[in-house]
Write a protein that binds this ligand. Structure first.
Ligand code: FES
Length: 362
């Protein structure tokens, strides 16, 4: 896709970017796959909404709204029975579609249904779609789609600024050229995969004496081909291609209370066959883990104290502007309610309309 020159300027207010009350409708991480065993139910708060997630006998992860439709008991205190969940209070039981299927004191259950949310597993994480029906796929790395791969969790973190402020680091050329001392070309090449996903590519050259470059040197001789794919403005898949070694780092983030960020970093690479292949992957993933933690340490310190306010975009921030424009075109939901977000103008119009209607009915 070609971008026109009408980028966001510092005086045009973005509706969704860096807004702690709105988020893009999409797939968000819930918990790591290994943290939910068969027969377990857990409470989670995802983007301001209280949910429960459980794994029944069929091993499938299921997500419900957290509170029982009878009297509001928290369903995380319930018990898994087969593929369903029984509330701890008056023992009503719900199947995996959320239908009430048993009430101990009644002959027949009531025609009730709990709110359920589309749930899937990939890359060692459980994901939830924040809408009725998933409109787009889970975030994916095209290169690994038809491949088996190894994955390791590098870190879990919480930081004081908005996910968008965290995630734009990956396309911030000044950040690479100054803080990271990795020479990035000034222009990132953008390409929209669909309404929810955009990729930026660049070539990086480790400068002489750079710690990262020195450690990576055995794996590559030429420039590092670097690409980052953003999904739903909250998950980024960063791919490094030094020669034949393809490493993928995933940063998957979500908003938490106070406009802060909670996220995971994962490292992935194509599975290799045989004992040597397995050892090779293990070595590269372990080295990648150490390097990434070191690479991100300085960022963590800066992000922790950042009062993000993008007031003065400059030429080298072009990719960030393109990312913001891409975000602003995606459907947004309101924090906590997961209802379609409205602009203040919409709300004003609706409020006025309701006022007129109320007056008319009096
Ligand atoms: S509150 Fe859940 S069954 Fe009564």
């Amino acid at each position: 896709m070609t971008f026109n020159s009408q980028n966001l300027s510092s005086n045009r207010k973005s509706k969704t970017f860096n807004n702690p009350e709105r988020f893009i409708e999409g797939w968000y991480w819930a918990i790591p796959t290994n943290n939910l065993r068969v027969g377990e139910v857990k409470a989670i708060t995802l983007l301001g909404r209280d949910l429960v997630i459980y794994r029944g006998k069929d091993r499938k992860a299921v997500t419900f709204d957290a509170y029982c439709p009878h009297m509001g008991a928290h369903l995380a205190d319930g018990k898994i029975e087969g593929n369903g969940l029984r509330c701890s209070f008056h023992q009503w039981k719900f199947d995996r579609e959320g239908f009430c299927v048993d009430i101990p004191c009644f002959d027949e259950p009531l025609p009730l249904k709990l709110k359920t949310w589309p749930t899937a597993e990939k890359y060692g994480m459980i994901w939830i779609w924040t809408g009725e029906v998933p409109l787009q796929p889970l975030p994916f790395i095209p290169e690994l789609e038809a491949q088996d791969f190894d994955v390791t969790i590098i870190s879990q973190f919480v930081t004081n600024c908005h996910p968008h402020a965290v995630i734009i680091n990956a396309i911030d050329t000044q950040y690479f050229n100054t803080l990271k001392r990795v020479a990035a070309e000034n222009i990132f090449e953008p390409q929209e995969l669909n309404q929810y996903a955009i990729t930026f590519t660049n070539n990086l050259q480790g400068r002489k004496g750079n710690y990262l470059a020195k450690l990576m040197r055995p794996f590559y001789k030429n420039d590092l081909n670097y690409s980052v794919c953003y999904w739903y403005g909250s998950t980024s898949m960063v791919t490094f291609i030094p020669n034949s070694l393809h490493l993928h780092v995933m940063f998957t983030l979500r908003l938490i209370a106070g406009g802060k960020t909670e996220g995971y970093t994962l490292l992935m690479m194509k599975k290799r066959q045989g004992m040597v292949g397995k050892l090779y992957n293990r070595l590269v993933l372990s080295l990648g883990k150490v390097l990434s933690q070191d690479f991100l340490k300085v960022d963590a310190k800066i992000l922790e104290k950042l009062k993000f306010d993008f007031r003065t975009p400059v030429n080298t921030d072009q990719a960030i502007m393109q990312f913001i424009n891409h975000l602003e075109r995606q459907p947004a939901l309101s924090w906590g309610t997961w209802q379609q977000a409205r602009t203040s103008r919409d709300t004003e119009t609706r409020d006025n309309r309701d006022k007129w209607r109320d007056n008319f009915n009096d």
